[in-house]
Every structure is written in structure tokens, then in C-alpha cells.
Design a protein around this ligand. Structure first.
Ligand SMILES: *Cc1c(COP(=O)(O)O)cnc(C)c1O
Length: 370
């Protein structure tokens, strides 16, 4: 008999994935049925409803793309962008860089407005650019997981007005925010977004919930050129997720059992209660780190709850601490990326891991290895 792979029992406190909720693991193991089975179509309807509720939207086109978060980005941008389109992206970390790069590869003329990594976006500078020129898209990352910086409600409101002035769609990456922080697409006037399952939703990686506003759908309907990606062509995929139920690609059936279960767990707990749990776990971590003399990278008012970036103290070895946490205690935390490599650790408190017991355990083990 072939030997099975048995993963070690890790506590995942990095930038994602986080641990999958046990109920979700159980849901994933249920028998596979056909992607056109009437029972499955009903499940799809429920997933759509639950995602709309969590995203805070009535957008018809709201469903999980069969891909990770980056695939959702590719899908949204490939449908919205045509060669030569002007796109403005605010960048203060890895995922903003990725957003701009993806748009550029789709042929967009990309203007980048940079802020230092660890600092909030300069939304006034973005608004100034937008007042000078018409853009098709103004984009940013809601929760920058590479640095732990949040694009706050004020920032989103400024970007929305910049979009109104420029005739642009507001497009946000909500991979780390969904189910950990309020996203509120409709209330904030966000036209298009992609998220992921392995961050605050506590599912395995593999699906990217996306949502597009009627305004974004009009932009797609007005395309002069076909979407170059056949797999991510939303006009084709939406025939499967919409009332036609036409086969496009085989849906990842069991992953959809998983996201359905994960969304059920979110509403069972209560969305506000879940956000509050992420907030209080993060605050406990911040106080615990600060009381030990650690310095946090991001100013408190711009900090993310699901992801904390902490400066590695002078004389402490980044890799050996992370290695000891993993090997001795089965705890994974993340290192820094790009200019922050070797300078910070990234500690994720996402999904079920956002609780005081987990925070206390991590702080205790961190004491042991430093
Ligand atoms: C994790 C992450 C992504 C990428 O998602 P993948 O599932 O790794 O493709 C994109 N944006 C943000 C903000 C993320 O945290």
C-alpha cells in the first residue's frame, strides 16, 4: 500500500495559511458529487448568498474563483483591463507591487504611488494623481499582509472620491481582511475585489472569493477586445455561477464544501463578534510584545489586527528563532519580505487562531527561544 502523507501538527501563526477549522476539514472529506448535481447547485446558491453577506454587497457577480487569492486578482484584472488602459495603484508592500505588476502584464499603463513599507498609503497623493488624469482603475490593498498596514475607512473614502473625480473603478485586494475585518463593499463604493480562503476564513488555500459591482460589469460589457485568459473569462464562468449553469470548468467540489462550512462558522459566531475577537487577540499580542521590549513596525492607528509585524531586536537571529519555534514547538511565524527581510517577523492571528490562549502560548515560547 502507498504510504500516506501525515503532516506535522503545526500552529500556523504566519501570514497565511492559518489552521483550517476542524469543521471545515470534516466538510472537505465528504463524498464528492457532480458539479451539475442539483444538490451542488443549491450549495453554490448558498455560497453566493453567504459571500454577499460577508462582503456587504448585493453584487450579483459574487463567487469564489477556482484559484488562490492571486488567481482571483488575475481574474478580476484580466476582465477589467484592456491594453493601454490607465491604472493607478497605491503601493506600500508586496501585494501592491503584485497588483501593479499584474495590471502591467495585462497591458495597462500603470502609474504607481509609493509609500514606505510599514507606512500607510498616501491617499492625498493618489487623489492628486487622479485629479490630473482619467484612470480606469484606482487600486490598493486593504490589508497589506507583507507589512501589517491597514488601509482605513478614511483612506478608502478618499480613494472613492478620487475615483469619482477620475471616472475610475475602485478595486481593492481584500485577501487578508475578509472575515477578519469589515470589508463593506457597497457602503464604501468598492467596485471590484478578490479575497482568499486561507487567511481569516480559516479554510485551506484554493479559492478566491471575488465580487464585481454593476459599474464594473458595465466596464466588462463595454470591452473592445476579448479577455485573453480563457480560464478566467468572467463572462464564461458567470454562466456556470449564474442561472444558465453551463459547464465551464469542473468546480473544485470539495473546496466549495469547505468554504460553505467556513462561511457558516463565521455567521454562527457573528460577524461583529469575529472582528472583535481578531481585534482583542491582536491587542493582547501587541501589549505582550511591547512589555517584553519589542518594537512594532506599524503605528497603532494603521495596524492590522490579523497580522502584526514586529521588529527583530538587535542581536537576535531571525532564522534561528523561527526554526526553533517550528522544530521545538510546532509554531510557524513569518519572516519579512523584500526590504523588510531579516528585519521583522510577521505574526498572524487569523481565524480560530485569534484568541488569547494562542497569544499567551506564542509569547511564552518566544521567550524560550530568544
Ligand atoms: C496572501 C495574500 C495574497 C496572495 O494570495 P495567494 O492565495 O497566496 O495567491 C494577496 N494579497 C494579500 C494581501 C495577501 O495577504
Amino acid at each position: 500500500m502507498a504510504a500516506s502523507f501525515c503532516p506535522p501538527a503545526r500552529l500556523l501563526l504566519g501570514p497565511g495559511p492559518c489552521n483550517t477549522a476542524p469543521e471545515v476539514l470534516e466538510a472537505l472529506s465528504r463524498p464528492t458529487i457532480g458539479h451539475l448535481d442539483p444538490a451542488f447547485l443549491e450549495l453554490m446558491n448558498q455560497i453566493g448568498e453567504r459571500l454577499r453577506r460577508l462582503f456587504g454587497t448585493s453584487n450579483k457577480l459574487t463567487f469564489p474563483v477556482s484559484a488562490t487569492g492571486s488567481g482571483g486578482m488575475q481574474a478580476v484584472l484580466a476582465n477589467l483591463i484592456e491594453p493601454g488602459d490607465p491604472v493607478l495603484v497605491g503601493i506600500n508592500g508586496v501585494f501592491g507591487v503584485r497588483f501593479a505588476e499584474c495590471a502591467r502584464r495585462l497591458g495597462a499603463e500603470v502609474v504607481e504611488v509609493h509609500a514606505a513599507w510599514g507606512e500607510p498609503l498616501d491617499c492625498n497623493a493618489i487623489a492628486l494623481e487622479a485629479s490630473r488624469k482619467r484612470f480606469k482603475i484606482i487600486g490598493a490593498v486593504h490589508a497589506e499582509t507583507s507589512t501589517g498596514v491597514l488601509l482605513g475607512s478614511d483612506g478608502i473614502a478618499k480613494l472613492r472620491s478620487a475615483c469619482d473625480a477620475s471616472g475610475a473603478l475602485l478595486v481593492l485586494d481584500t485577501v487578508t481582511s475578509l472575515a477578519g475585518l469589515p470589508v463593506e463593499l457597497d457602503a464604501r463604493g468598492i467596485d471590484a475585489t478578490w479575497s482568499g480562503t486561507q487567511k481569516c476564513l480559516a479554510c485551506p488555500p484554493g479559492l478566491s472569493p471575488i465580487s464585481l459591482s454593476p459599474r464594473a460589469m458595465q466596464v466588462i460589457a463595454a470591452r473592445k477586445t476579448p479577455v485573453t485568459s480563457w480560464y478566467f473569462d468572467l463572462s464564461l464562468i458567470s454562466k456556470y455561477w449564474g442561472s444558465d449553469r453551463a459547464y465551464h470548468h469542473t468546480a473544485p467540489i470539495n473546496m466549495l464544501y469547505g468554504i460553505h462550512e467556513a462561511l457558516g462558522i463565521v455567521f454562527e459566531e457573528g460577524v461583529d463578534e469575529r472582528f472583535e475577537r481578531h481585534a482583542s487577540a491582536a491587542r493582547r499580542l501587541w501589549r505582550g510584545l511591547e512589555s517584553r521590549g519589542y518594537e512594532l513596525l506599524v503605528e497603532e492607528k494603521h495596524r492590522l489586527f490579523p497580522l502584526t509585524s514586529v521588529k527583530i531586536p538587535e542581536g537576535v537571529d531571525d532564522v534561528s528563532v523561527r526554526k526553533k519555534l517550528l522544530e521545538n514547538y510546532d509554531i510557524e511565524i513569518g519572516g519579512g519580505l523584500g526590504p523588510l527581510a531579516g528585519k521583522i517577523w510577521r505574526i498572524g492571528l487569523m481565524g480560530q487562531n485569534a484568541n488569547s490562549g494562542t497569544v499567551d502560548l506564542l509569547l511564552h515560547k518566544l521567550d524560550e527561544v530568544t
